[in-house]
Design a protein around this ligand. Structure first.
Ligand code: PEP
Ligand code: MN
Length: 362
């Protein structure tokens, strides 16, 4: 009962074994730069690369930074693709970009994170693609909103684009983190759970924002069982006109791809009895956790009633501080991270407040 009508990635890409690899510079900077970079990519990792990327129009956070070479770069990218025998992809953000890219016979289009956030922009792009049979990859919106991401894919599917994929590039956060865009793996995991037919490609470059994080993030993407990777590579990363910190040399890209461990996404559990046993134990514990939580919320409701009669606020900050402190102490000795415990207890607390509000409002 799926909403999507999607051609499998293997079918349109011809790539039978994971991962599907997209690489190339963040931006096309010049004819020589793109040729040199792509030739080096092929020399170093030719057998592992399936699609060449290069930004032609660059969405930049602040004006007056390099905004891409524009249309003039399209034939450079296309001809290097022809030379090495690979399809090429560019980011499109409006119907004019689509028209120029189609005219230049660009093989695959992608929609950037700053465009996916705008249903108007996505709809205009979709409308400009009516009747065109071209693969389109949709980056997640900058904000962690799965519905918005799905909505963009849906708009394209609705005009007849069936060769579709999602690119997970992380989500921006106001807080400073180790990542440029924290991965929030739970979001693509939920996408996969709900729509397993949508291929998911992981972009560790824009997640990490720094060269040294790319391998780990790429491996994590493989460990989640996702389908491919988009990794930015430049012949001279430090001199790149955009995203210099996160681009890797073609040599480094080859090392990363060679080091990746690609694991089976699915197994027949009957073939692995010990795994089946462990999973059965885990399921029992999860059932138990749910039963305990329901019981706990029942007590919260009784507490809510008491607070109501005594005109007490639902949220008592000292009590909450005490609960968190206890949980962190206890969890730490059990090998659980503070981040996990805090999130878990915040969610649990929200649910408890909901139960108490229900009885209070009665
Ligand atoms: C890019 O791929 O160079 C890019 C601009 O990415 P994003 O849309 O994910 O920020
Ligand atoms: Mn980039």
């Amino acid at each position: 009962s799926s909403k999507f009508n999607i051609t499998p990635l293997e079918q349109w890409s011809g790539v039978k074994t994971k991962p599907f690899i997209i690489t190339g510079p963040c931006s096309v900077e010049g004819e020589e730069q793109v040729f040199d970079t792509v030739r080096q990519l092929i020399e170093n990792a030719g057998d592992k690369i399936h699609l060449i990327r290069g930004g032609i129009w660059k969405p930049r956070t602040r004006p007056n930074s390099f905004e891409g070479v524009g249309e003039i770069g399209l034939p450079w990218l296309k001809s290097v693709g022809k030379e090495v025998g690979l399809p090429v992809t560019v980011e499109v953000a409006n119907p004019e970009h689509v028209e120029a890219a189609l005219k230049a016979e660009i093989d695959v289009l992608w929609i950037g994170a700053r465009t996916t956030v705008s249903p108007f922009a996505v709809q205009e792009i979709a409308d400009s693609l009516k009747g065109v049979d071209i693969p389109v990859l949709v980056k997640n919106p900058v904000n962690p909103d799965l519905e918005l991401w799905l909505g963009a894919i849906e708009r394209l599917n609705a005009v007849g684009i069936k060769k579709l994929g999602a690119i997970h590039r992380g989500f921006s956060s106001y807080e400073k983190t180790a990542y440029r865009n924290p991965p929030m793996w739970e979001i693509p995991i939920e996408l996969r759970r709900r729509y397993p037919e949508i291929p998911i490609i992981v972009d560790p470059s824009h997640m990490g924002g720094s060269r040294d994080m790319i391998y780990t993030l790429a491996q994590q993407g493989m460990d989640m069982g996702f389908d491919g990777l988009m990794i930015e590579s430049h012949r001279n990363p430090d001199k790149a006109w955009s995203d210099a910190k996160q681009q890797v040399t073609p040599q480094r890209l080859a090392e990363i791809l060679n080091a990746l461990i690609v694991r089976q996404p699915k197994i027949a559990t009957d073939e692995l009895q010990p795994l089946r046993d462990l999973r059965a134990r885990v399921d029992r514990i999860d059932d138990y956790i749910i039963e305990l939580l329901s019981e706990r919320m029942g007590i919260s409701e009784q507490i809510g009633t008491l607070k109501k009669v005594n005109h007490l606020a639902i949220h008592q900050s000292e009590r909450w501080a005490y609960i968190v402190k206890r949980a962190l102490e206890k969890g730490r000795t059990g090998g659980l991270t503070e981040e996990f415990l805090l999130k878990l207890f915040q969610q649990r607390h929200n649910e408890s407040i909901r139960h108490q509000s229900n009885v209070m409002e009665k």
